[in-house]
Design a protein around this ligand. Sequence first.
Ligand code: HEM
Length: 449
Amino acid sequence: MPAGPGFWGPLVRGEAFKLNAARALERNAREFGDLVYLRIPGRDLLQFNHPELVQEMLVRDARHHHRNIVMQRAKAILGEGLLTSEEPLHMRQRRLAQPAFHRQRIAAYGDVIARFTTELTAGWKHGEVRDAHEDMLLLALRIVGKTLFDLDVERDVRRISDAVDSFMGFLPLAFLPFPEKWMLSLPLPAMKKIRRGRAELDGLIYGMIRERRAEPGDRGDLLSMLLAAVDDEAEAGVAEKDRRMSDEQVRDECLTAMLAGHETGANAMGFALWLLARHPEVQDALAEDCRRVLGGGAPSAADYGALQFAERVFAESMRLYPPVWVTARTAAEEYEYRGIRIKKGTVLAAPQFAIHRDARFYPEPLRFDPERFTDEAKGARPRMAYFPFGAGNRQCIGEGLAWMEGVLALAAIVQEWRLVPADESEPELAPEVTLRPKAPVRVQVERRG
Ligand code: HEM
């Protein structure tokens, strides 16, 4: 077995109490090398800390793996959407959902992103202190509401988001050895909240599905695409109705995309704003570049290709603060890996947080430097030294939308506003399902002259 801190290691070092798993995995990588073995209650865990090993785990050996434990158990709430389903259902669903994320489709979302960003900043006052994370959560939520469901009404979007948030209450229970349906039925406040949230979401989403089925047509959102999708690759003889998604499957995919696409983007943009506030020289250069490209107007999808500096800033922010800080799997069977027998049930973890901060690939890893993402610099690193969107058959389906959202929103904001840190210290990190800040990210906003 490879080296590792052993079962008591994290406990002795106090990390089990601090519960900062992202930093604990980073420390394992620095102390024990590229492949680390540790025991967590009831299971073995293997941690992959080198881009080559990550490629093997996420791409080459994907056939040996199932979803991670949290995702497996989240099926009780999310059903069989893209995040939770296993093959072969996953591949069929991926095929059916893919057109909703094609380049032209995403381009149409560019104007939505720009409009909502401008509407958000229209409410800012010169000199006031904002919570950058909270602002970006609201922005990402509105963008997701519009692009997934054509929902303009903030109240509806809020209802969905509150319900989705209640699902996080299930997370601490995901590792307990009890059936999830039973845990969900317990009369505990957190479980009641989840049940209420789920009922609310089901009512809302099934209501929208009924409406759309009664009046079919493309409203430019994900829901239209899912309802219209027909599986052309199904075996001959499969009836037309079975080539389409059932209402239940559409509901699962909608909920999944909502969950996967909202907080990740918000975290990425929130940390990017904080980093820009802390690095005025980068921020001023970005503002100048955006003005050169946009001439003071609102950005659109057509500007995306020219906003390369904004793209590098967003990339560097997600290097330091990857919204998905670890990508995990469970071994579905026993198999041989580099001379080790990996037992069925072993947890396999590829920590973005540790690899993105590895000095072998990023000299002075804690320094914020968007020039690390010029084509030349990227070409000099192993491909998987950077994987904020994962890799292989489960790579993020919303990646194109996420880049468009981050780049256009940052450009629209920085072109008009100067960001100044209201607190000097780095935000404390809370690695939960996503990597989010523990407390408000306070940034002062000043209108640029
Ligand atoms: C900065 C923003 C985002 C980041 C960093 C991110 C990251 C990721 C990562 C790392 C995965 C792979 C998880 C794994 O391998 O287990 C993933 C999967 C996924 N993401 Fe994203 N994501 C972002 C935005 C979005 C958006 C905007 C959407 C949709 C609206 C979305 C929808 C999904 C879905 C459906 C999956 C599951 C794909 C599959 O298993 O086939 N994500 N995301």
